[in-house]
Design a protein around this ligand. Structure first.
Ligand code: GLU
Length: 315
């Protein structure tokens, strides 16, 4: 069997918080358990959301937690660059392949047009899915008004995979997302395309990430197929939630790793908390990530959202 290659792929759109630490820890443990190679890739594709100062913050926070990587922006490696901003030419090369195979078309629709069409009774089951207007050249928007986005034609068939935690997942993209964007109208390549190109070209064969991305996976599998790449195995872990039912996010500033560090919370205490919530420890105790490698197993991980008390580290 090939050596396991996994990755952690944060977006530098804010400070790392407890939820990022959770997925980073689990992805790291899965790789280390298999004696694999850990890759750190910075997903700063979207210039509107990314800020360079967060990149150093992410690396500092990961190191503080005790999570290391074998390839990444700072240490290099055979499959770099490890920053998406420096890989745009690769995304375009792959996009050109899709264009050459007639799998992509320009879309001039405005957001308003898409919403109007999607809420029309005949629009089918796709809630927010693209109704295919420009596939048939029916956009109301005058074409010269704006640059088009590029969309991938999705087939009307089930795409399925075996998730490491969720079991069999199947989706017919024609009934959900519809034809999805592979390059935005401002010329930025879409996450779905970039992540496939990156994971494929970085030879990633194991992906563990948050289950907010579960429904992105069928889109990515379609791209793997159309670009002729072998997809990795996927495991989507439940996310951390606050007691009021919201996903832990950057706005819970007191759970930013930098803030916890500032408040003298030891990284071992934090890692121990996450490991306990992950079912890897029977009780909350301080540990280093490396001490958890032996006990890590996907079978122990929770299947449902994990709730984190607001004052978890201040009590
Ligand atoms: N960059 C994405 C995020 O921070 C993760 C993408 C992935 O793991 O596929 O949410």
């Amino acid at each position: 069997m090939d050596k396991v290659r996994g990755r952690f792929a944060p977006s530098p759109s804010g400070e790392m918080h407890l939820g990022n630490a959770w997925t980073a820890l689990l992805a790291w443990l899965e790789v280390r358990k298999a004696n694999g190679t850990m890759v750190l890739r910075i997903e700063d594709l979207d210039p509107d959301r990314s800020r360079p100062e967060y990149i150093t913050g992410i690396m500092r926070d990961l190191a503080w937690l005790g999570l290391d990587w074998d390839e990444g922006p700072d240490v290099g490696g055979a499959y770099g660059p490890y920053v998406q901003d420096e890989r745009r030419n690769l995304y375009q090369i792959m996009l050109d392949r899709l264009i050459a195979s007639d799998l992509v078309y320009p879309c001039y629709c405005t957001r308003g047009e898409i919403q109007a069409a999607a809420s029309a009774p005949h629009a089918g089951e796709g809630e927010l899915g693209y109704p295919g207007t420009c596939r048939n050249g029916n956009s109301q928007t005058v074409k010269s008004d704006r640059n088009p986005a590029l969309r991938l034609k999705v087939p009307d068939r089930m795409i399925s995979f075996e998730d490491g935690l969720k079991g069999r997942v199947a989706e017919n993209l024609a009934r959900t997302s519809g034809d999805f964007i592979v390059r935005r109208s401002d010329g930025v390549h879409a996450y779905q395309l970039a992540v496939v190109v990156d994971d494929a070209m970085m030879r990633i064969n194991q992906v563990l990430r948050g289950d907010d991305l579960l429904l992105s996976t069928p889109r990515q599998l379609l791209l793997y197929d159309e670009l002729g790449f072998t997809p990795p195995g996927f495991t989507h872990v439940p996310l951390l939630y606050s007691p009021d039912g919201h996903r832990l996010a950057k706005r819970q500033r007191h759970l930013a790793l930098a803030k916890l560090r500032e408040n003298n919370i030891a990284p071992e205490k934090l890692v121990g908390y996450l490991a306990w919530k992950a079912g890897l420890l029977d009780c909350w105790q301080s540990v280093q990530p490396a001490e958890l490698i032996g006990t890590f197993s996907l079978a122990k991980l929770p299947r449902e959202a994990v709730v984190v008390a607001y004052d978890v580290f201040t009590k």
